[in-house]
Design a protein around this ligand. Structure first.
Ligand code: 13P
Ligand code: SF4
Length: 339
């Protein structure tokens, strides 16, 4: 199993080698329909000096079949800084492509589908952040990375699900505040609040939520446990706090993968987007995956055909207003320095 954050750029693998990575989750008859696009994408990547950064929620044919670098939002941001390529194709959602462009401004960044948004990013504007700042003078504003560049620029620092607790603690200490605004995901904020409360830090938040994780309920978790005694249940912190409390563990998608790599649970349920379980199932056939499943319609706009199209045409390039980009880069870079 290649590391989920490893750089897999190298000689073009054979399609048999690629199929070995996904045979647990893609039947041969379906794979046959994908081979043409996959072969073309590998050739185009070599021709255009292009690298594909793919989020953990990409389908197995993208994640295991064509990606060079895979990971959670934090890993993709870290890796985007250092990518040595002429083109980055960001297989994920729009805010991830903006973050890659902020951190690697001289590289062309393409997205397979410009409509791939996010309910969190769409639920808050820079004006909302300015209003919160007026309402809570002096309180540091930590903005989840799932936001537009304009919202990032209006905040003090960013965080991801992988480092939110750490960032909140550090910004509170550095600024001498016992309160921090963590926006816009109300569930992430409440889950972080439970962890930082013992250290005397209070969290203020906003009314945003992820349309995928918001739909899981504590009753879903209880049902999984009842149906599968002994199962390990791992929830994403974008889930409501009752779901996280009912699960065994909570963390980012990279934390989920690390856990599987280290502990190889016999049976596992990941309370998150569907493809995460598929990608783990493909890589760890010894782990029995129970699949409570909610699809992210935005992530699912990424297809092999769309990736091939942007590599062929250079369509869907990400551009940023320079003033906004400077402010957003400051917030993201500060996060990377703090974590
Ligand atoms: P992470 O992969 O950073 O945990 O985030 C999940 C997510 O919802 C990204 O859109
Ligand atoms: Fe946004 Fe949720 Fe989809 Fe992630 S899973 S892109 S947070 S809507």
């Amino acid at each position: 199993m290649p590391s989920i954050t490893s750089h897999r750029r190298r000689a073009i693998p054979s399609t048999d080698e690629l199929y070995d990575r996904v045979r647990q989750v893609i039947p041969p008859i379906e794979w046959a329909t994908m081979v043409d696009d996959i072969t073309a994408i590998w050739q185009l990547k070599a021709e255009k000096r292009a690298v594909i950064l793919a989020h953990n929620y990409m389908t197995p044919q993208i994640f295991h079949g064509v990606a060079d670098i895979v990971g959670d939002s934090l890993a993709l941001a870290r890796q985007a800084q250092d990518v040595d390529a002429d083109v980055i194709v960001l297989a994920g959602v729009h805010f991830m492509a903006e973050t890659a462009k902020l951190l690697n401004p001289s590289t062309t960044v393409l997205v397979p589908d410009l409509r791939a948004g996010c309910s969190l990013a769409d639920g808050i504007t820079a004006d909302d952040v300015a209003r919160l700042r007026q309402e809570h003078p002096g309180v540091p504003i930590v903005t989840y990375v799932n936001t537009s560049a304009a919202v990032k620029a209006a905040s003090d620092i960013c965080c991801t699900s992988g480092n939110a607790v750490q960032i909140v603690e550090r910004i509170a200490t550095r600024t001498g505040n016992d309160h921090v605004l963590l926006i816009p995901d109300q569930h992430l904020a409440r889950n972080v609040a439970a962890q930082v409360a013992p250290r005397g830090i209070g969290i203020l938040t906003y009314a945003g939520s992820c349309e995928v994780h918001d739909r899981f309920t504590p009753a879903d978790v209880r049902q999984i446990r009842q149906d599968h005694p002994g199962v390990t249940i791992f929830a994403h912190p974008e889930c409501p706090p009752g779901v996280v409390a009912a699960a065994d563990l909570a963390g980012s998608t990279a934390h989920m993968q690390d856990y599987v790599e280290k502990h190889r649970p016999r049976q596992l349920a990941l309370i998150t987007e569907c493809s995460m379980s598929d990608n783990i199932a493909a890589a760890y056939p010894d782990v029995d995956m129970i699949r409570p499943c909610n699809l992210c319609p935005h992530m699912k706009r990424n297809t092999l055909a769309a990736i091939r199209h942007v590599l062929e045409t250079g369509a869907n390039e990400i551009t940023l207003d320079p003033a906004v980009a400077d402010g957003a880069r400051r917030a993201v870079t500060r996060m990377l320095e703090f974590s």
